[in-house]
Design a protein around this ligand. Structure first.
Ligand code: AMP
Length: 282
C-alpha cells in the first residue's frame, strides 16, 4: 500500500495498472477513517482489481464558520485501516496540489443542492462536486463508492455523473452504525460523554420514523412531527431539519406515494450530525 501526495504520482500508478488491464475503484474521503469508510473500501476491493482511497479535507466544501481547521486528521491511522481492508493507494494531497493559485473553475449544480444540507451549507455541494470531479479526472476510476449516510451527496454525485457524461459507475453503500445505533462519523469525535449519549436521539428518531412507515403511515407531516417531538425531548439537541423528500428531486413531499428519503440534521452541542433512511429500505 502506497501513500502519494501528487496528482502526477496517482496518474503514473493508475496508468501502469490500466496498461495491465486492471480495473480501478475510487473511495473519496476526508480521512480520519472509521468502519463506515472501511465498508466502502471493502466494496471497492470486492469489485475492482485495485482501490484508490483519497484522503483530503477539502477546504472548498466548508463554509466560513464551519470546522475546517478542527476537522480531525490522522494519516498514520488511516494508512493502517486502508491496508487492512485491501486498499492499494492513498492519495493525500495538500490543498495547494488540488487548488493551484488562480484556480477558478467550479462544478455548480442548480438542482438537488438547494434543499436539505444545501440550505444550511450554501457552498457545500459546489465544493463537493468540484473536488469529486477533479478526483474522477485524476484517478479515472471504473467505479466510485459513496455512503448512503450522505444521501443527498450520493444523489448529487449520481446526477453530476449523468449530466456531465462521466464514464464510471457510482456505487452507494449502506450506513454503518455504532453498536448502539449512532451512525459512524469522523465528527463523532467532537462529542463529549454527555453529548455522545444525547447523540443517540438521531438514530432513535430514525427508528421511530422507520417504524411508522413499516406500520403503513403515509402522511409525511405525521412522521416528521413525531420524529421532531422525540428529538426535542433531548435537551442537548437542536434540530436543523427533519424532512421527507422525493428521492429523485430532493423536494419535500406531503405523502409517501413514491420512493422517498427521510433525512435529518441535528446539532448536539456545537456538532452538526446527520442521519437518514430510505423508505424503500424499510
Ligand atoms: P467523509 O470522510 O465523511 O467525507 O466520508 C467519505 C465517504 O464515506 C462518504 O461517501 C460518506 O458517505 C461515507 N461514510 C461516512 N460515514 C459513513 C457511515 N457511517 N456509513 C457508510 N458510509 C459512510
Amino acid at each position: 500500500m502506497k501513500i502519494v501526495k501528487t496528482i502526477a504520482e496517482v496518474r503514473q500508478q493508475v496508468k501502469e495498472w490500466k496498461s495491465q488491464g486492471l480495473t480501478v475503484g475510487l473511495v473519496p474521503t476526508m480521512g480520519y477513517l472509521h468502519e463506515g469508510h472501511a465498508s466502502l473500501i471493502d466494496a471497492s476491493h470486492r469489485d475492482n482489481d485495485r482501490t484508490v482511497v483519497s484522503d483530503f479535507v477539502n477546504p472548498m466544501q466548508f463554509g466560513p464558520t464551519e470546522d475546517l481547521e478542527s476537522y480531525p486528521r490522522d494519516l498514520e491511522h488511516d494508512a493502517k485501516l486502508v491496508e487492512a481492508h485491501g486498499g492499494d493507494l492513498i492519495f493525500n494531497p495538500e490543498p495547494s496540489e488540488m487548488y493551484h493559485e488562480g484556480f477558478s473553475s467550479f462544478v455548480d449544480m442548480t438542482v438537488l443542492t438547494q434543499e436539505l444540507c444545501g440550505l444550511s451549507r450554501p457552498v457545500h455541494f459546489r465544493g463537493v462536486c468540484t473536488v469529486v470531479s477533479k478526483l474522477f479526472n485524476i484517478v479515472q476510476p471504473d467505479r466510485a463508492y459513496f455512503g448512503k449516510k450522505d444521501a443527498q451527496q450520493l444523489a448529487v454525485i449520481r446526477h453530476m455523473v449523468d449530466d456531465l457524461n462521466m464514464d464510471l459507475e457510482i456505487i452507494g453503500c449502506p450506513i454503518v452504525r455504532e453498536s448502539d445505533g449512532l451512525a459512524k462519523s469522523s465528527r463523532n469525535t467532537y462529542l463529549n460523554e454527555a453529548e455522545r449519549k444525547a447523540a443517540l436521539i438521531l438514530s432513535k428518531s430514525i427508528r421511530l420514523g422507520q417504524d411508522m412507515v413499516k406500520k403503513g403511515e403515509k402522511d409525511c407531516s405525521k412522521i416528521i412531527e413525531a420524529m421532531k417531538s422525540l428529538i426535542t425531548s433531548e435537551p442537548l439537541a437542536r434540530i436543523d431539519y427533519v424532512k421527507i423528500v422525493d428521492c429523485a428531486t430532493m423536494q419535500q413531499i406531503p405523502a409517501l406515494d413514491r420512493p422517498a428519503l427521510c433525512a435529518i440534521a441535528v446539532f448536539i452541542g456545537k456538532t452538526r450530525l446527520i442521519d437518514n433512511f430510505f423508505t424503500e429500505d424499510v
